[in-house]
Each structure stands twice: as C-alpha cells, then as structure tokens.
Ligand binder design. Structure first.
Ligand SMILES: [Zn+2]
Length: 163
C-alpha cells in the first residue's frame, strides 16, 4: 500500500476520459487500497482514480464509516436539488457552494465484482455525485458561476506556476 500523488487542477489527468474496469483482480484491490491511503493522508472522504492520474472508473469513499469501493459506477436517477458547500482534494483549500441532486440512485460494482444498487440522500448522495462526476471529467470548477469559474481558474493556474 502506498500514498500516491494527488493531481491538482489544472492537471490534464483530471479531464482525461476514463475506462471501464473489466478485470476484478488483486491489482484492482491494491489500487483501491492505495486510493484509501492517499485519501486518508489528505483527510478526504472521497477520491476518484483520475485524481491520482489513473484513467479508470474507480472511486473510493469513506464517509462516517460507510466505506465503499465503487467500480464502474453509474447514476441511474436523480431527484431534487440542494445547495451545499463542497471541497475537492484536487482544489486544496477551496470550498464552494454548488447544487447537487437531493437524491440519487446509483449502481456500481465493488472490488470483488459484486453489484450494488443503492438509493442515497443527504450528504452521502452529495459525496457519491461529486466523485462519480470525476470519472466523467466533471469538476467542482465546472459547477460554479462563470464569474467564479474565471476567478478560480486564474487562482489555481497561478498557484500551479502558470500565468
Ligand atoms: Zn473532487
């Protein structure tokens, strides 16, 4: 097990298309374990594979002891809308109020290839939604107002040493 480096925006890895996982082997379990280590190290509650530069549909979440590995997750239904403050390990120190569905239905496989179908609400729904967004290259910055987006883009690029 190892702590990996987290890709910080505007790292191109965060926008890369992700592939479905087709083999549920020890390599997948080792990757998920690394993702948990990396997430705990940064005191996060969720981490998606693109955030460590791996373009695969894998997410780990540990929110209030509800520990999950999500492989090839899909949101099959969304209901309602709530505004919550969200943070992201790829946007260190930044917290923004964004809208997310109040309830979601989600289907995924765990690291053993077992299928799960769950209906979620509250902050748990918010965390699952945020992480699954990562697998589609959709980031926190895409969900704020255009003005805020321009501001954050500038701030993050400057921080990365760009212009
Ligand atoms: Zn995130």
């Amino acid at each position: 097990m190892a702590v990996r480096t987290i890709c910080v925006y505007p790292d191109a890895a965060l926008r890369r298309e992700t592939e479905d996982v087709t083999v549920f082997d020890d390599e997948l379990k080792a990757l998920a374990a690394d993702m948990f280590d990396t997430m705990y190290e940064s005191e996060g509650i969720g981490l998606a594979a693109p955030q460590i530069g791996v373009s695969k549909k894998i997410v780990v979440i540990d929110y209030r002891g509800d520990k999950n590995v999500l492989v090839n997750p899909v949101i099959t239904a969304e209901e309602g809308s709530v505004t919550r403050e969200e943070g992201c390990l790829s946007f260190p120190g930044i917290y923004e109020k964004v809208e997310s569905p109040e309830k979601i239905s989600v289907e995924y496989f765990d690291e053993n290839g077992e299928k799960h179908v769950r209906e979620l609400d509250g902050f748990t729904a918010c965390v699952f939604h945020h992480e699954i967004d990562h697998l589609n290259g959709r980031l926190l910055i895409d969900r704020v107002s255009p003005l805020k987006r321009a501001f954050l883009k500038k701030k993050m690029t400057k921080r990365a040493g760009g212009r």
